[in-house]
Design a binder for this molecule. Structure first.
Ligand code: SF4
Length: 323
């Protein structure tokens, strides 16, 4: 593969991986690579086979001998993959989830694998999801009370917010919308997704999905407005996000629509652009997640409404079949 300035790192890594696998199939156990001094502009590569035979792969042996440098041995035998986190461990790390009691579902479907009174743990398959957990022992009101009206857990508390903006809506909703953080209108009124972007979201919910806004659950990953409407920073999100996840565990929606790149990348823990994530369901601990563009972005680029409508139709169709 020739490397040009347009070659992506992903392509380069894929190419190197393919070559390494090829060499492994040919019985090569390691590569010894020596880089010569920069002025020689020459590199040599020794290839050693599994039976110890060694052959020079380039035609610059003389130069390599004139400028000896230490070799770097690259074992080709891949290390065993890192073990996956124990199923349910991510949920167990969230505040209070470990206190949950067993449930009928839990007892019926996993009797031998259950440690009674604790979070259900599967021995195989996907990580334990929100829907598979035992009944919640806390309420949305208790979570809000724990957050408090004057939360100072992250630095957004000291950067000009007017109030903590909690999630709103139906605590038993099948559908949840998640954004990144309150904006100016939300900060002033104390409710997520109000103002022009909020009205557009309300239209999507009520006109597009035919559901009253009060019947869905709407929240943000961060509950305080970042200054200048900047995106929340990682140290701010990591503190506030667990409260939203606890709300998800209480509400147990069938679908979460996550609005905008910042919220989608944060919730799904990825760097994938929103344009590549949208249009298909993702899984987040057993809950279907549909990333789509933020309503504020639609106000700036109304052409994206068509793509959002495609996403919303997929959500609508799934909710009909999952009813
Ligand atoms: S953003 Fe969340 S964690 Fe930070 S101060 Fe506000 S409520 Fe507390």
């Amino acid at each position: 593969m020739s490397v040009t300035k347009n070659t992506s790192m992903g392509e380069l890594i894929a190419d190197v991986r393919e070559r390494v696998l090829f060499l492994q199939e040919m019985g090569v156990s390691y590569l010894a690579v020596g880089l010569l001094e920069a002025k020689t502009d020459i590199a040599k590569t020794d290839v050693c086979t599994a039976n110890g035979e060694k052959g020079m792969a380039d035609s610059h042996n003389d130069a390599a001998r004139r400028y000896p440098i230490p070799e770097i041995n690259i074992p080709l035998n891949s290390k065993p993959a890192e073990p996956r986190p124990a199923p349910g461990s991510r949920l167990a790390s969230l505040p209070s989830l470990g206190k949950r009691k067993g449930s009928k579902f839990f007892d019926e479907y996993n009797p031998p694998e259950v440690e009674s009174g604790e979070l259900r743990v599967e021995r195989s398959g996907p990580e334990t999801g929100f829907h598979e957990m035992s009944e919640p022992t806390e309420t949305i009101e208790q979570i809000r009370a724990e957050i408090g009206t004057d939360c100072t857990r992250c630095k957004l508390s000291a950067l000009g917010r007017s109030q903590v903006v909690n999630s709103v809506g139906n605590f038993n909703a099948d559908l949840m919308f998640v954004g990144e953080a309150p904006g100016a209108d939300e900060d002033r009124l104390g409710e997520p997704f109000v103002g022009r972007a909020g009205q557009l979201l309300t239209d999507i919910i009520e006109k597009g999905l035919g559901i009253p806004r009060k019947d869905v659950f709407i929240g943000n990953i961060n509950r305080c407005r970042p200054p200048g409407n900047r995106a929340p920073e990682p140290d701010e999100s990591v503190v506030c996000k667990p409260f939203l996840l606890r709300e998800v565990a209480v509400v147990r929606p069938k679908v979460i629509v996550v609005l905008g790149a910042t919220a989608a990348q944060n919730l799904l823990e990825t760097k994938t652009p929103i344009s590549k994530m949208r249009g298909k369901f993702h899984d987040y601990l057993g809950v279907k997640v549909m990333p789509t563009f933020h309503p504020a972005y639609l106000l700036r680029d109304p052409h994206k409404k068509r793509e959002v409508w495609e996403d919303i139709k997929m959500v609508r169709d799934y909710l009909r079949t999952a009813a």
